[in-house]
Design a protein around this ligand. Structure first.
Ligand code: SF4
Ligand code: SF4
Length: 332
């Protein structure tokens, strides 16, 4: 356990799916050898298989305090990089928009890139993901080399690259599949929550670059931090797959879920736009209560009353979105 805990809140109502966060992270941390397939930050489409494909069914985490066996995803579940053939797609109206000499079966943003999915419902939303810097990290528990540690001073989970021997037990144990094996370096690697930036009082690159301004960063126990307010005071942000037992410290404001409209926008139907089971599978049963709380705040704002939580979620200024105490040791 750490004394304090950095956390991030992401408001899913504001994500544009632009992947600026993904690129910011990739340019900063994972453009080295053996890191091509690594997306410490990825943004996937829901419904969808995610990255790697089917990660949420890959086991890992804890059940009754015991590690749950998990899989090491094969490379096919990460997919291969491919180029689009724009001329074919845009000007000839042909099916798959990829180069003719490659036949990719999967990729990091598959459903959106190739428009292939079995959606019965006409909706989707984006789900940005990083390592959750869990309170009880199953990756740490599973490592036979004690190479993974959780920093006491801020709860960030890191891998000691000198101690790691690349056994990949952490990859198996992480229920979010947010650890990647670097075959060139022979070690596991993962999101470091931009700790060298935080040490200088600068927000994580993914948060700072996000044009949707949907990421909030701070210490969970700091009553003045936006993450404390959203998670503990207003209670509008929930962790992903809480049943995995690791205590994630990345939280999500779920999408608004108004009733569906009839064909051609006519009439309001009884069913919600997103079936509750999809949101409950991701964020657990409390998601319904949170969504209703958000709806109530929206009605309040629409009737001219002030909604503190919606004001906070707008998060126009950096000072509102981030509260990062600078430390002396910039190297952490
Ligand atoms: S998300 Fe996975 S890699 Fe990150 S701390 Fe939790 S168990 Fe470890
Ligand atoms: S940069 Fe922000 S808006 Fe764009 S995909 Fe990432 S989280 Fe979503």
């Amino acid at each position: 356990m750490s004394k304090t805990q950095y956390a991030m809140v992401m408001d899913l109502n504001k994500c544009l799916g632009c992947q600026t966060c993904t690129v910011a992270c990739k340019k900063l941390w994972t453009d080295g050898d053996g890191m091509g397939y690594m997306y410490w930050n990825n943004v996937e489409t829901r419904p969808g298989k995610g990255y790697p494909a089917g990660w949420s069914d890959g086991g890992g985490g804890f059940r009754k305090g015991q590690l749950v066996p998990g899989e090491i995803p094969p490379l096919e579940k990460y997919g291969v990089p491919f180029e689009y053939d724009y001329s074919q797609r845009l000007f000839e109206g042909k099916g798959k928009p990829v180069m003719p000499h490659v036949d990719p079966q999967y990729g990091p943003n598959w459903e959106e890139d190739v428009g292939e999915t079995d959606r019965e419902e006409n909706f989707y939303f984006y789900l940005p993901r990083i390592c959750n810097h869990c309170t009880h990290p199953s990756c740490l528990e599973a490592c036979p080399r004690n190479a993974i540690y959780k920093r006491e001073e801020d709860g960030i989970v890191l891998i000691d690259q000198e101690r790691c021997r690349g056994y990949r037990q952490c990859v198996r144990a992480c229920p979010y599949k947010k650890i990647y094996m670097n075959e060139v370096a022979g070690v596991s690697q993962k999101c470091i929550f931009c700790y060298p930036r935080l040490a200088k009082g600068t927000p994580n690159a993914c948060a700072k670059q996000c044009p949707g301004r949907l990421r909030f960063v701070g210490l969970l126990g700091d009553p003045e931090s936006p993450v404390h307010k959203l998670v503990r005071v207003y209670r509008v942000a929930l962790p992903l797959l809480p049943g995995k037992g690791t205590g994630p410290n990345v939280y999500y404001v779920p999408p608004f879920n108004p009733p569906r409209r009839g064909n051609y926008g006519k009439g309001i139907l009884e069913d919600p736009r997103i079936p509750w089971r999809i949101l409950e599978d991701l964020f657990g049963p409390p998601v319904k209560e949170v969504a209703l709380r958000l709806e109530a705040e929206l009605s309040k704002a629409q009737s001219g009353e002030k909604s503190e939580v919606l004001q906070l979620l707008i998060g126009r200024d950096d000072e509102v979105r981030y509260r990062i105490p600078a430390t002396k040791d910039a190297a952490g």
